[in-house]
Design a protein around this ligand. Structure first.
Ligand code: GLA
Length: 392
């Protein structure tokens, strides 16, 4: 956790002053169920974490933006007068640059963007699938819009963050991460329909249990290209189904009953399995949310496990490390639900564990996982926090 005094101190170390600096925060997220459904117009059920990215930001008058990080050595400096482009060597700074670029595209009067100094600090494990990039995007969007005196709505900043990721960074993600990071609420998960963006806050009341995130600590090589491959497999499946179900705009529009009737029209086994995952996962989000609302945690946990099995067997995005965590977590008494979270191919698992079993869970899972993978996992007992906000 970082407090405002420490952040202002870091800001001063980098920029030599701290007058006028304001502090903004955007969390990471964990998805409880509903994976690879967002870009299919389906349901997801994520929550914001209390880890995140802080930005200390002060306005400038000369049109220059200076970006620095307390985590990484790379800094960037750019001006509104020049073309803002993606540069590999700018590394993490491409995210805030992408957001600034989108803000400028949106603005009627670009002159309000007169420059800023921003110091970022984050404590989300990088590349772990807990949305560190969406967190940087949202904290930048919030800081820059507020420094210029604009009150751009959070939902607009959410969409803008996704556009920055899609068009500037070049990752073809859905809306879930930016939405969860922007719109999160302490103690609640969000049951979101990703095509209409209709959503509901659902209290995560799990008395006697905790959500424990376990990081595989596996490098996620090739994840982006595999992700895009899955997206196009879904598109292919959709176009076949549309011959029978012309009213379906997304796979998220196809009910389980309809699927049972039309699934044989997809001859390619791989495509059929991908689509089957999406349609059954969508249904699981609805029933799991209902179980949570009815306080039936055992059933919620079973749905988490079914979600993992579907991502493993049908969607094939888990891999040895995530599957090992799933198996080892499932063996621990008092762990009633467990699954991979995020895009997959490494990253994190999330488990629902009885309070008194948490220590044994960490010990047993760590020991057996390391034996099998030679990797040392990290554990975080998850607290559900608020979405992006200014810290006053
Ligand atoms: C990544 C993407 C999200 C979503 C998940 C899978 O986190 O950024 O949009 O597609 O993978 O559910």
């Amino acid at each position: 956790m970082m407090n405002t005094i420490e952040l202002k101190k870091l800001f001063k170390e980098h920029f030599g002053y701290d007058e006028g600096a304001r502090i903004f925060f955007a969390p990471g997220r964990v998805n409880l169920i509903g994976e690879h459904t967002d870009y299919n117009g389906g349901y997801v059920f994520p929550a914001a974490l209390t880890f995140g990215t802080w930005a200390a930001a002060a306005p400038r008058k000369d049109g220059t933006y200076r970006l620095a990080s307390a985590n990484f050595p790379v800094t960037a400096s750019l001006t509104t007068a020049e073309e803002i482009t993606f540069r590999k060597e700018d590394d993490w700074a491409n995210y805030p640059k992408g957001v600034l670029n989108e803000l400028l595209l949106l603005a009627d009067e670009k002159e309000i963007y007169t420059g800023a100094d921003i110091l970022f600090y984050g404590n989300i494990p990088n590349g772990a699938g807990l949305s560190s990039s969406a967190s940087i995007e949202l904290v930048t969007g919030l800081a820059l819009s507020r420094l210029t005196g604009q009150d751009i709505e959070m939902l607009e900043l959410v969409k803008l963050g996704q556009r920055a990721e899609n068009r500037f960074v070049g990752v073809n993600c859905g809306i879930m991460d930016q939405f969860a990071v922007g719109m999160g609420k302490e103690g609640h998960a969000m049951m979101l329909k990703c095509d209409t963006l209709d959503f509901e806050y659902v209290p995560v009341k799990i008395d006697g249990y905790k959500l424990v995130i376990t990081n595989t600590n596996k490098r996620r090589g090739l994840a982006d290209s595999k992700y895009n491959e899955r997206r196009s497999e879904c598109e292919e499946g959709l176009s076949i189904l549309q011959q029978k179900l012309p009213q379906a705009v997304n796979l998220g529009d196809v009910s389980l009953e309809q699927w049972e009737q039309v699934k044989d029209s997809i001859e390619n086994d791989v495509i059929r399995r991908r689509v089957e995952h999406v349609i059954t996962e969508d249904d699981r989000v609805l029933s799991a949310t209902k179980s949570l609302q009815e306080n039936d945690l055992e059933e919620f946990g079973r749905k988490m496990k079914q979600s993992h099995e579907s991502l493993r067997d049908l969607y094939e995005v888990t891999g040895f490390e995530l599957d090992t965590l799933f198996e080892e977590a499932s063996k621990v008494e008092g762990c009633i639900g467990t699954r991979m979270t995020g895009a997959g191919f490494g990253g994190c698992n999330v488990s629902l564990v009885k309070d008194e079993a948490i220590e044994a869970f960490k010990e047993q899972v760590a020991k057996n996982y390391t034996e099998k993978t030679n990797l040392v996992p990290d554990f975080y007992v998850c607290e559900i926090g608020d979405g992006a906000k200014e810290i006053i």
